[in-house]
Each structure stands twice: as structure tokens, then as C-alpha cells.
Design a protein around this ligand. Structure first.
Ligand code: ZN
Length: 261
């Protein structure tokens, strides 16, 4: 087996004296691990490519028995200098990369996730996204794109319209009285619960926070710098997204890493 594909380097490690292993997120195949034998010496085959957060085109083969992959060659496309020069942004990137790795994206769903990650990196390099917002936005969007998009129109219990939703209007920073109306989100059922049905297990959410979640589902990373949320909405969204990811993907952020639960 041999293929050439665009990929982002998520992790790099050294083993033996000159050999290197890399964790790659390949555009069409998802996550793979490959070995670059002699990688720390060969600047000709891997010029500037064997480093975390490098986008490149990589040629990958396998050993004779097909039991592991071998990185044959790499061509650097982008090393994201604007992100490397900014430790705060680099911290946000590290969070996104850890999430991608924890989700264990395979061939299915790789392409949209790859595009989303690259767009996120480009946006973050070119503009400012709030530190408390970026991981939340990325995590929510990636989860939705893996086929886990919540139903934010109808009540998951009775099937009636759960609320008067605005159909994708950008969320307002300050909440109007109507937007402050309290709804609830059932993490387990993956959608809204109307006021008539009620569900004690559901997370309370203001209509403004629901609107923001709806907006996130339709947004692209290039839209994210425009999003401003008040702290209450942000907290509600953060709780819903974290619980949603924990329940549906079995992942929890703990001590700076994602743990399988
Ligand atoms: Zn209902």
C-alpha cells in the first residue's frame, strides 16, 4: 500500500537514535501513525515537515508485511508561523489537536473534519477568537459534523415546536426579554425539551444560548471572530457542549487532556 496525501502533523516523537514517529491527520483517511526511519537526519526527504502543526503533502508506504506504515517523503505546505509566534494561540491550537486525536477520526468523516481544522487554524492565525470560546466552538462544530447535530427546532419529547427560533440569525450579545426565555436541552436525547414537557435532567438554556448553538451549527470558522456572548450564555453553552461530547463521544476534558469515559 502506498499513497500520497495532504496531512497535518499532530504529534512527533523520537525512537532510537535517528528514527521518528509521526501522528498524521490525513485529509481523506483520518488519523494514522507512520515511522520516518532516519527522519532526524534526512533533511532532503522531510525538509521542515517533521514537526507538530505542519501541513504537508506526505508519501506513505508500508513495510513488506503491511504491519506498519512508513513515511517516505514530505513536502512542506504551511508551518503556520503566525500561530507559532503566539503562545496563547498555540495553546488553543493544542486543545483542538488533542480533541481531533481523541475523537479518533477514521476514513469516514475525515474530509469535513480536516477542512474544519484547517479553516480553524487559518482563522486563528489571521484574527482573534476569544480564548474561552475557540475550543468550545471547535468541539461543538466537529461533533456536529460527525453526524451528531442536535435537533434545535422540535421538542424531543412531544415533537411540537420547542420555541420561536429565528432560523439562523446571528445571536445578539445582550439578551432581549424574549431571548431570556428559559428552555432546556436534553443531552441524552440530543435536542430541546419544551417548557410544557419539562425534563429535570435537561440543562437549562436561555433562548439566546439556543440561538447561539443554532448559529454555531451553521457557521464556518471564518465567522467565529464575530461571535460575542455574555458570560451566562457562554457558561450554559459550555456546559451543554461538554456534556454532549461526554455522552455521545465518551470524551471528557480533564487536567489538560481528553480522557475516554
Ligand atoms: Zn414538548
Amino acid at each position: 500500500m502506498e499513497f500520497t496525501e495532504k496531512a497535518l502533523v499532530l504529534k512527533v516523537g523520537r525512537f532510537r537514535e535517528t528514527d521518528i514517529w509521526v501522528r498524521l491527520f490525513c485529509a481523506g483517511r483520518g488519523l494514522i501513525t507512520a515511522f520516518a526511519f532516519g527522519g532526524s537526519r534526512s533533511t532532503r526527504r522531510f525538509c521542515g515537515c517533521l514537526d507538530q502543526l505542519v501541513l504537508g503533502t506526505f508519501r506513505v508506504g508500508s513495510n513488506r508485511r503491511g504491519s506498519y506504515m512508513i513515511l517516505e517523503e514530505g513536502t512542506l505546505l504551511n508551518a503556520f508561523p503566525g500561530l507559532r509566534a503566539d503562545s496563547r494561540k498555540l495553546g488553543l491550537v493544542a486543545h483542538c489537536l488533542k480533541f481531533v486525536e481523541a475523537v479518533q477520526i477514521g476514513q469516514q468523516g475525515a474530509r469535513p473534519a480536516f477542512e474544519l481544522l484547517l479553516e480553524t487554524l487559518d482563522t486563528l492565525e489571521g484574527s482573534e477568537v476569544g480564548a474561552e470560546m475557540l475550543p468550545l466552538l471547535f468541539k461543538a462544530k466537529l461533533t456536529f459534523e460527525q453526524g451528531l447535530k442536535p435537533d434545535l427546532t422540535l421538542c424531543v419529547c412531544c415533537g411540537r415546536m420547542a420555541w420561536q427560533h429565528a432560523g439562523g440569525a446571528p445571536p445578539a450579545v445582550a439578551e432581549s426579554p424574549a431571548a431570556a426565555q428559559t428552555l432546556a436541552f436534553s443531552v441524552e436525547r440530543g435536542g430541546l425539551v419544551c417548557a410544557a414537557c419539562g425534563d429535570p435532567q435537561a440543562e437549562p438554556m436561555s433562548a439566546g444560548a439556543v440561538r447561539a448553538l443554532e448559529w454555531i451549527g451553521q457557521s464556518r470558522p471564518a465567522d467565529w471572530p464575530r461571535l460575542m456572548l455574555d458570560p451566562v450564555m457562554r457558561r450554559q453553552l459550555g456546559r451543554v457542549v461538554d456534556r454532549f461530547v461526554a455522552y455521545h463521544l465518551g470524551l471528557q476534558w480533564e487536567y489538560g487532556m481528553y480522557r475516554k469515559i
